[in-house]
Design a protein around this ligand. Structure first.
Ligand SMILES: NC(=O)c1ccc[n+]([C@@H]2O[C@H](COP(=O)([O-])OP(=O)(O)OC[C@H]3O[C@@H](n4cnc5c(N)ncnc54)[C@H](O)[C@@H]3O)[C@@H](O)[C@H]2O)c1
Length: 251
């Protein structure tokens, strides 16, 4: 029996990067994972890999910017598997720009892929999470916590996600629902693109990681996601868990 045996999990942005690492770690612990992603090609490839460990796992194509279709993601999964145990709001797209160059369009992209899907998926999932005493795992960033330059649109959405996560932890504790955040650092296609665009910034971040390396999407971030999705973390809620090699030490 795995730590997440037969738990039904949704992971947004699960076709690549940290999302796919968490999906792999979870199926190896017995979870049935639905990865929701815009990218159909990587989504289908990942679906095959996940099904080798968990035959019922699936890929669901969706653009999280389509706000009116977000509820459908939750109902599709619940109709198929009969319940929902864990919601992981991982997807987030944004552009790096100085504050003075940041436009409404940049804010709309960051809030539209990060904050709004997190908010509306949590809302749509609530009735089902009440039934399972389930878990929500949201995603924060050191960019928001530390206010990294060129990350205005991204940092704002990430801190908004931390805000609603703490509110939900307070409001939903009475239902036995835990709401936590991971603030990661890990090698992913998103980070590789960023490293190419801003190599000096990337090196500055890497050189300040006490553990000296970028994390692995499955073995570093995925394992913490397994912990937060399991009963081992049942007395933890409203917390931002820094899975960043010690880059930011909260106190
Ligand atoms: N990688 C890091 O070091 C790091 C650091 C801090 C925070 N984070 C956060 O961790 C999470 C995962 O990061 P990552 O680096 O793996 O990201 P990534 O950019 O590598 O992957 C994101 C995934 O989301 C999907 N996606 C993007 N827009 C979408 C949309 N509109 N609809 C549906 N799917 C969409 C992409 O296709 C992709 O599969 C994000 O919330 C990110 O902000 C990552």
């Amino acid at each position: 029996m795995g730590k997440l045996q037969d738990k039904v999990v949704i992971i947004t942005g699960g076709a690549g990067g940290i999302g796919s690492g968490m999906a792999m770690a979870m199926v190896k612990e017995g979870a049935i994972v639905t990865i929701v992603d815009l990218n159909e090609e990587t989504g289908r490839e990942m679906e095959k890999e996940l099904q080798q460990h968990s035959p019922k796992s699936m890929y669901l194509q969706a653009n999280l910017l389509d706000r009116e279709n977000l509820g459908q993601i939750i109902t599709t999964v619940v109709e198929k598997y009969g319940k929902l145990d864990v919601l992981v709001n991982n997807a987030h797209a944004s552009k790096q720009k100085l504050m003075e160059d940041t436009t409404q369009e940049d804010l709309d992209l960051s809030f539209g892929t990060g904050f709004y899907p997190t908010f509306y998926l949590m809302k749509a999932a609530l009735p089902y999470l009440k039934e399972t005493k389930g878990n929500v795992i949201n995603f924060a960033s050191g960019a928001g916590l530390a206010g990294h330059t060129t990350q205005g649109a991204y940092a704002a959405a990430k801190e908004a996600i931390r805000g609603i996560s703490r509110v939900a932890a307070n409001e939903w504790g009475k239902f036995g629902i835990n709401v936590n955040l991971i603030s990661p650092i890990a090698n992913s296609p998103g980070v590789e693109a960023w490293a190419k665009a801003q190599p000096e910034y990337y090196e500055a971040v890497r050189s300040k990681i006490p553990l000296g390396r970028f994390g692995d999407v499955e073995n570093d971030i995925g394992r913490v996601a397994v912990f937060l999705a399991s009963s081992d973390s049942q007395y933890i809620t409203g917390q931002t868990i820094m899975v960043d090699g010690g880059s930011i030490m909260l106190h």
